[in-house]
Design a protein around this ligand. Sequence first.
Ligand code: TAP
Length: 453
Amino acid sequence: MTSTFTLINPATAQPIREIARADVAQTDAAIARAVIAQRAWGSLAPVARADALRAFARVVEAHVEELAQLEVRNSGHPIGSARWEASHVAQVLNFYAGAPERLSGQQIPVAGGLDVTFHEPYGVVGIIVPWNFPMTIASWGFAPALAAGNAVVLKPAELTPLTAIRLGELALDAGLPEGLFTVITGSGSVVGQRFVSHPDVRKVVFTGSTSVGTDVAAGCARELKPVTLELGGKSANIVFADADLEKAAAAAPGAVFDNAGQDCCARSRILVERSVYDRFLELLEPAVQAWRVGDPADEGTDMGPLISASHRSTVAGFLDGANVAFRGAAPEGDGFWFAPTVVLADRADRIAREEVFGPVVAVLPFDDEADAIGLANDTAYGLAGSIWTENLGRAVRVSRGVKSGVLSVNSHSSVRYWTPFGGMKASGLGRELGPDAAEHFTETKNVFFATDA
Ligand code: TAP
């Protein structure tokens, strides 16, 4: 008998549905179907792949509300965010639908012939997705991978598979061939590991924790298989004394409490120049109090619950011995609620160094520009970050000095599907999104044609 996993609505703590757990044999069968589907897909005319992806995008667009409601129930995302995420999937598909006809190789000058390069698809790509942004992160992998001529097997996180399952069905409704894009539910140690070890999965994309990502990379190294890793973060929101402090304080809660802080890009350290530290905290407190935590189905909600009871315990553990400055409000009762929390931290504190992945932010003072850069970089991670200053030269210097893959100045933007995204240091390997993502799902082949008679 196939084993199952019970999904829980994090806002009510009530069961939603049983989900099948695939075993190794079922995973292998899906990979075998993907191998066959890819042969036909990879040899289609580029315009035919482009049309198929545009059709998939249109079907997703027509189901934005349904996908959003699924994410509200399964993941506790506020309905406004969930609608944005579902629309984003359609936009990512539309964007990479433009890639098949643009995957041009090169013609390289050589003596005695013609030398050209081709971007060949890997074959089957395995995508392993975490629970925090189930739809968007899945699409960052499957859209460019399919555009480049690959088949995709995708494993959603066990806690949050519903939108991925539905996207797999919508792909078939849109006319994508059977076996080309298969969503396989099950545990990471079985399905995810099989993507790593199976010889016919030729590239792996992993998003999740740094510890599991390191193991996945080691497994891929044993198979000589390329891997893209999007991992954890401890990003800094750096506020200089010359910044528009009102604007910086008003924007800070959204930068760390969005998705209840379960965001790899969360600006979970606010570094404030010492001369404006007290003033910034005065401005931050009302902004945190105004952050609305509640029923994710309610249109006015900014933040829903944490994903699970066990994750809530982990997040709460970070407050042991912490110097809490102030907290926002959260509902009582069922559901995995956690109030937004602001902690005053010292540099060596656990809260200032480890990823919490919850709605807790550490505020630390710094002395000058060099100290700010040093403190921002005093972490194993290097994913995102923000710099608030009215001094253009400083904005340039600090954005070049901070070792992070995705930075923004006087804003907190991280993800635009047409710009590259990814982390440095322990935050990852490789980049997703942006103009080059489809090419990252290809291998370059070089062919020399002799022209000598
Ligand atoms: P993980 O526990 O690492 O799980 C991520 C995915 O990997 C899940 O699908 C999981 O399956 C699977 N997995 C677990 N063990 C595996 C194994 N041995 N081999 C292959 N796959 C395995 O992370 P999480 O708790 O879902 O997500 C939170 C973490 O992800 C945070 O650290 C966060 O920063 C990071 N994250 C990073 C980003 C980016 S873009 N950098 C985005 C989102 C999240 P199960 O569901 O069965 O456990």
